[in-house]
Design a protein around this ligand. Structure first.
Ligand code: CTP
Ligand code: ZN
Length: 152
C-alpha cells in the first residue's frame, strides 16, 4: 500500500517502525484484546523510508513500563517509542535489547528445568544480535527472537 493517513493521538504512546507483520505480537504484549477500552490504532504494511514497509501501533492514554518495552524490543528491535501529550511528541526513543531476560521468554525445550512442575524462572542470555538469538541459561537451547514465545 502507498501513503496512508492514520489519525493522530491526543495523549498516549505511538510505537512506530515495527517490522511489517509484527503489530499483532505487539498488541499481545500490550495485553490489547477484547475488553480493552482505550483507543487503539493499528496500521500494518504502511510505507516506510527506513524499513520498506512497517507496522504502527498507537495506544491512547498509555505509558509503557520498562518490562513492556523490554518485551517489545525482542520482537521489534527497531521500534521507536513516541510519547504524545496534547497532540505533541514530548519524548521519542528507541528500545534497547537487554543482554539478559528473566521470566520473559519461554524455553521451547519441554525438558528444561524452567518448564518443570516446580518452576524455575526462565533465564535467557542474548547470544547474537543479527539475527537476534537468545540462549537458555539452563539447557542452552537457542531461541530466535522472531520465533520467541513470550511469557505474558
Ligand atoms: N503521531 C501521532 N499523534 C501525534 C503525533 C504523532 O499518532 N499527535 C505519530 C505519527 O503519525 C508518526 C509517529 O507518531 O507515526 C511519529 O511522529 P513524528 O515524529 O512526527 O514522525 P517522523 O518524524 O516521521 O518520525 P521518525 O523521525 O521517528 O521516523
Ligand atoms: Zn531451557
Amino acid at each position: 500500500m502507498a501513503e496512508l493517513k492514520v489519525s493522530k493521538v491526543k495523549r498516549g504512546t505511538v510505537i512506530d517502525h515495527i517490522r511489517a507483520g509484527m503489530a499483532p505480537a505487539v498488541l499481545r504484549i500490550l495485553g490489547i484484546d477484547r475488553g480493552f477500552s482505550d483507543v487503539v490504532v493499528v496500521a500494518m504494511n504502511v510505507k516506510s523510508s527506513q524499513l520498506g514497509s512497517k507496522d504502527i501501533v498507537k495506544v491512547e492514554n498509555q505509558i509503557l513500563d520498562e518490562e513492556t518495552l523490554k518485551k517489545i524490543s525482542i520482537i521489534a528491535p527497531q521500534a521507536t517509542i513516541n510519547i504524545v501529550k496534547e497532540f505533541e511528541i514530548v519524548e521519542k526513543r528507541g528500545v534497547s535489547l537487554p543482554k539478559e531476560l528473566r521470566g520473559i521468554l519461554k524455553c521451547p525445550n519441554r525438558n528444561c528445568i524452567t518448564n518443570a512442575a516446580e518452576k524455575v524462572e526462565s533465564f535467557f542470555v542474548c547470544k547474537q544480535e543479527n539475527p537476534i538469538e537468545f540462549r537458555c541459561h539452563y539447557c542452552e537451547e537457542l531461541v530466535e527472537a522472531e520465533r520467541a514465545e513470550l511469557i505474558l
